[in-house]
Design a protein around this ligand. Structure first.
Ligand code: NDP
Length: 494
C-alpha cells in the first residue's frame, strides 16, 4: 500500500481539500515510496491563522518549559535515530552513515536550544540617569515561515525550527517536495513530545504554491529559507516589499586550498569527503581544489587513484561511500556542466558519466568527476553544479590561492591545508566565507556555531548557533524610572 503523507495543522493530520498528491521515489532504486498531499494557498492561510492563535499562549509559556519540550524532542529523535536515518537514505539517497550524522545534528540542535530556554539572555545596563533601570530582552517575532531543501531535510529544519520555538514563536513549515516522508516522521516526533496544537504546522506542497503563499501571507513575520540563490532572491524581494524579516542560506562554490607544506594524506581524505560526500549535493561541498604548483602532480595522481576506489551504490549498504543524486533533472544538470567543462578546455581526469549499477538501473548515479587545468574564466569554476564534480586549479603562492578562493560570488565555506601557522592565520583573516576550516575539508559544521555565508550565499543572517535567535526575535529595550520625577534623557544628565 502506498504511504500517504498528510499535513499537520492545529494538531490534526489532514489532507488538502484540493485532493491532489505528489509521488516521491527512492533515488537509489526508482521505487515508489509514497505520495504527499499537495496543499493550496487556503491550507497555508488556515495554518497561519492557527499558528497565530497558538502563539498567544505559546509566547507566555515560560521559556524553560519550552526548552523542556525541546529536550523531549531531542530524546525522541535519539530513540528513533536509526529509523529516521533509514527514511532519510531511502528518500534522498545520502549514505546511511551520513544520514545518521544528519539526524544527530537535529538531536544536538534540540538539546542545545533546550538549554537556551534557561538563558535567552538580554542585557541589563546602567542608565545615564539616577534611579532608573535599563535593560533589553528578546521577544518573539510571532509566526516563522520555514522553507527547507531536500539535501538536509531534518538538520536544516531543526536549525530553523528549534530557535523559533524556544524563543516563543509558532511555525508554519514547508519541507521540500522531494522529502515528505522524513518531514512527516519528524512532525510525528514533535507531536509526541507534547508541542501544543497549532505551535508547529506542517504543510506539504510545491514551492510555487505553498512556498509563495507563506512568503505572501501578511501574518508571517519571518521567512527562513534554505535553497537555491534563484528562488531565495526572488522570495526576498517579494517579502521585503511587505517589510518582513527574511533569512536566506543559498548556494556555494567552496574551495579547499592545499599548500606545499600540507600533510597530503590528510588533505586527500578531506578533499574526497568534501567533494564526493552526499554526492557533492551539499551547500558546503568542495567543488574547487586550489593546489600549490609544487605538489599538484603528486596530489592529483593520488586523488584520482583514491576517487576511482570510491564505492557507488544504494546508501543503505554500509559499504557504499557515494549514493545517488536526487533525481533525473540533477543528473542532466551535472552532465550539462561536464560537457561545458570539456568545451571550455578543462581536462577531464576521471568520471563525467552517469553510472548504471547492475540491479539498480533506475537509480540516479553519477561518477565522481575530476577536472584539471581549470581557470577562473570557466563556468565550471564559477557556477554551482551541486553534484560530484571537482575542479583543480594550480597556484604559485598563498596570496594567489586566497585571491582565487575569493574570486566567486558565493562565500559559504573555505578550507586550507598547511603546516605554516602564519599562513593559517592569514587565511583565517582573508578568506571571504562564513565558515573557514584549517586542516579539515569544507564540510563538518557544528550546531553551536553560526552557519551561513557571505556575499550571494546569504543576506547577512545565520542559522544555528546563538545567531539563529536573531532571526526569530526582536530586541525590546525597557526603561524603568523609579525616581518619581520627570527625567529627560540627554537633557537632565549634565
Ligand atoms: P530550491 O530553491 O528549488 O528549493 C528550496 C525550497 O524552496 C524547497 O522547499 C522548494 O520547494 C522551495 N521553493 C521552490 N520555489 C519556491 C518559490 N517560488 N517560493 C517559495 N519557495 C519555493 O532548491 P533545491 O531544493 O533544489 O536545493 C538545492 C539548492 O539549495 C542548491 O543550489 C544549494 O546550494 C542550495 N542549498 C543551500 C544551503 C545553504 O545552507 N546555503 C543548504 C542546502 C541547499 P519544492 O521542493 O516544492 O520545489
Amino acid at each position: 500500500m502506498t504511504r500517504e503523507y498528510l499535513n499537520y495543522i492545529n494538531g490534526e493530520w489532514v489532507a488538502s481539500k484540493g485532493n491532489e498528491y505528489r509521488e516521491n521515489y527512492n533515488p537509489a532504486t526508482g521505487e515508489l515510496l509514497g505520495k504527499a498531499t499537495q496543499s493550496t494557498a487556503d491550507d497555508v492561510s488556515y495554518s497561519v491563522s492557527m499558528a497565530k492563535l497558538a502563539q498567544r499562549e505559546w509566547r507566555n509559556v515560560p521559556a524553560p518549559k519550552r526548552g523542556e519540550i525541546l529536550m523531549k524532542i531531542g530524546d525522541l529523535l535519539k530513540r528513533d535515530k536509526e529509523r529516521l536515518a533509514k527514511i532519510l537514505t531511502e528518500e534522498m539517497g545520502k549514505v546511511i552513515v551520513e544520514a545518521r550524522g544528519e539526524v544527530q545534528e537535529a538531536i544536538d540542535m534540540a538539546y542545545y536550544m533546550a538549554g537556551e530556554g534557561r538563558r535567552l539572555v538580554g542585557q541589563t545596563t546602567p542608565s545615564e540617569l539616577p534611579n532608573k533601570h535599563a535593560m533589553s530582552m528578546r521577544v518573539p517575532v510571532g509566526i516563522v515561515g520555514i522553507i527547507t531543501p531536500w539535501n538536509f531535510p531534518i538538520a536544516i529544519a531543526s536549525w530553523k525550527m528549534f530557535p523559533a520555538l524556544v524563543s516563543g514563536n509558532t511555525v508554519v513549515w514547508k519541507p521540500a517536495s522531494d522529502t515528505p516522508a522524513l518531514a512527516t516522521k519528524f512532525m510525528k516526533i514533535i507531536e509526541e513530545a507534547g508541542v501544543p496544537k497549532g505551535v508547529v504546522n506542517l504543510v506539504h506542497g510545491s514551492g510555487s504554491v505553498v512556498g509563495e503563499a507563506i512568503v505572501d501571507h501578511p501574518d508571517v513575520g519571518v521567512v527562513s529559507f534554505t535553497g537555491s540563490t534563484e528562488v531565495g532572491s526572488e522570495l526576498a524581494s517579494k517579502a521585503s516589499k511587505k517589510l518582513k524579516k527574511v533569512s536566506l542560506e543559498m548556494g556555494g562554490k567552496n574551495a579547499i586550498i592545499v599548500m606545499e607544506d600540507a600533510d597530503i594524506e590528510l588533505a586527500l581524505e578531506g578533499i574526497l569527503w568534501s567533494a564526493f560526500g552526499t554526492s557533492g549535493q551539499r551547500c558546503t561541498a568542495c567543488s574547487r581544489l586550489i593546489v600549490h604548483k609544487s605538489i599538484k602532480e603528486k596530489l592529483t595522481e593520488r586523488l584520482v587513484a583514491k576517487a576511482k576506489e570510491l564505492i557507488l551504490g544504494n546508501g543503505l549498504n554500509e559499504k557504499v561511500q557515494v549514493g545517488p543524486v536526487i533525481n533525473e533533472n540533477a543528473l542532466k544538470q551535472i552532465k550539462k556542466y561536464v560537457e561545458i567543462g570539456k568545451q571550455e578546455g578543462a581536462t577531464l581526469l576521471i568520471g563525467g558519466e552517469r553510472e548504471h549499477i547492475d540491479l539498480l538501473k533506475d537509480g540516479y548515479y553519477f561518477q565522481p568527476t575530476i577536472f584539471t587545468d581549470v581557470d577562473p574564466s570557466m563556468r565550471i569554476f564559477k557556477e554551482e553544479i551541486f553534484g560530484p564534480v571537482l575542479s583543480i586549479i594550480e597556484v604559485n603562492s598563498l596570496d594567489e590561492a586566497i585571491d582565487i578562493n575569493n574570486n566567486t560570488v558565493y562565500g559559504l565555506s573555505s578550507s586550507i591545508y598547511t603546516a605554516d601557522v602564519n599562513a593559517a592565520f592569514r587565511a583565517m583573516r582573508d578568506l571571504q566565507s562564513g565558515i573557514v576550516y584549517i586542516n579539515a575539508g569544507t564540510i563538518g559544521a557544528e550546531i553551536h556555531l553560526p552557519f551561513g555565508g557571505m556575499k550571494q550565499t546569504g543576506n547577512g543572517h545565520r542559522d544555528s548557533g546563538l545567531a539563529a535567535l536573531d532571526v526569530c526575535t526582536e530586541w525590546k529595550s525597557v526603561y524603568v524610572d523609579y525616581s518619581g520625577t520627570l527625567q529627560r534623557a540627554q537633557i537632565d544628565n549634565n
